[in-house]
Design a protein around this ligand. Structure first.
Ligand code: HEC
Length: 149
């Protein structure tokens, strides 16, 4: 039975398992990176608003998002804008220099945020957070497509 239907069996197994690891959105490194950006920025902002002081672990997290900010060329290496799960605009790949400028501005704003946190000035941190947020928004407005459905 199994022998006779072996090709069919293979096809079924493939369609069951393949989408799970190949197209899983939550395993996508870009998705993970963006979620880490959001989570860390929220944490840093909460600490700053409460007037609390930053711990070494917070700086580790900031260094992690600094690394992410430097890796946009890798996270957006391939044009997957046609894929169902992707909200990346094809313009990322047709207007590469603009995307690179936005990524560089973003990276610079994270570097400033790290300096602000090290300076222990609540006000500087607030300003730096606002600048980072503006850079997230600027890039999303131009290069992130609306939800597909
Ligand atoms: C240089 C451009 C750029 C910058 C800067 C940027 N993003 Fe994004 N972000 C994108 C693009 C493009 C997408 C859509 C990617 C996709 O759907 O594959 C995205 C998607 C996201 C998502 C949805 C992720 C998902 O897969 O569901 C979150 C959350 C996010 N960004 C948070 C942030 C935050 C927070 C910041 C700033 C701290 C930020 N991003 C900075 C370009 C950027």
């Amino acid at each position: 039975m199994v022998k006779k239907n072996f090709p069919l069996f293979i096809i079924i197994m493939f369609t069951i398992t393949f989408p799970n690891y190949s197209f899983s959105h939550t395993d996508n490194p870009r998705h993970k990176a963006m979620m880490t950006l959001g989570k860390t920025m929220k944490q840093i902002s909460t600490i700053n608003k409460s007037g609390g002081s930053f711990e070494p672990d917070d700086l580790n997290k900031l260094n992690e998002i600094f690394e992410i900010s430097k890796s946009f060329n890798v996270l957006f290496a391939n044009d997957d804008s046609g894929e169902e799960e992707s909200r990346a605009s094809p313009m990322i790949w047709t207007n590469k220099s603009k995307f690179k400028n936005f990524s560089n501005d973003f990276e610079a704003s994270i570097a400033k945020l790290i300096n602000a946190v090290n300076s222990k000035s609540n006000e500087k941190v607030s300003n730096a957070i606002a600048q980072v947020g503006a850079n997230c928004g600027k890039c999303h407005r131009v290069f992130r497509l609306p939800k597909k459905n």
